[in-house]
Write a protein that binds this ligand. Structure first.
Ligand SMILES: Cc1ncc(COP(=O)(O)O)c(C=O)c1O
Length: 211
């Protein structure tokens, strides 16, 4: 089989680390493979420069770190592929070029698009670098604190994380010696989720809580 397209997350939500997408794109392009980057967790947390990343496609939303109401996202397509990509819904602008075809789908609810300007003004007013620095420092501090209390470790080098952080739960959290099963993992996951609203990555080898 021939690989035609690689799809990867800029920040995979279950690992919380920033992937070196620019370098990955370069490697794929060397083999003639197109790349689609899913940047669901990137906008607001990272500076994203489409030209610099050079992916063929980049998608993202504005409702996570960027704090816009849900329903608003973006699609970037390298101009070389514009003729290949069409909107799911044929509507106004059909046949009038890439941007026009995506511009206005009749009957869509555009309210979350309309709030975007206010959200952008908010970010400009409060300085994105300062906000990101604050979030990353808080998450670092929490990660380091838990690691020191539990005597465990992080899923990856602390500098790889960006707002999210995965900390390993201590051994013996289940008060049993034998190997942790999938059901055990689910038990802990549910307990932490329902009681404390903490998301835990389910893994039968070791548990990481996502903070
Ligand atoms: C990598 C990734 N892609 C896509 C999504 C879904 O994004 P949306 O809420 O815009 O559908 C998520 C949600 O967490 C995600 O982590």
């Amino acid at each position: 089989s021939v690989t035609r397209l690689v799809i990867l997350d800029h920040i995979p939500s279950n690992y919380g680390v920033v992937l070196p997408v620019k370098e990955i794109v370069k490697v794929c392009h060397r083999s003639g493979v197109q790349v689609l980057v899913d940047g669901a967790h990137a906008l607001g947390m990272l500076d994203i420069n489409m030209r610099d990343i050079s992916a063929d496609y980049y998608i993202g939303n504005a409702h996570k770190w960027f704090c816009n109401p849900k329903g608003c996202g973006f699609l970037y397509v390298d101009s070389a592929h514009h003729s290949l990509i069409r909107p799911l819904v044929v509507s106004h602008g059909f046949g009038s070029g890439f941007t026009a075809e995506f511009l206005w789908s009749g009957l869509m609810d555009y309210t979350s698009y309309l709030s975007l300007l206010t959200v952008i003004q908010f970010w400009r007013h409060y300085n994105p670098q300062k906000i990101r620095h604050y979030i990353r420092s808080l998450s670092r501090e929490a990660g380091e604190y838990l690691v020191s209390q539990w005597g465990t470790g992080l899923l990856s080098n602390i500098d790889h994380f960006c707002g999210l952080m995965l900390v390993q739960l201590p051994a013996g959290v289940l008060k049993k010696d034998d190997a942790i099963s999938y059901d055990d993992a689910e038990l802990i996951q549910n307990e932490l989720h329902h009681k404390y609203k903490i998301e835990v990555k389910k893994d039968t080898q070791s548990f990481f809580i996502s903070i």
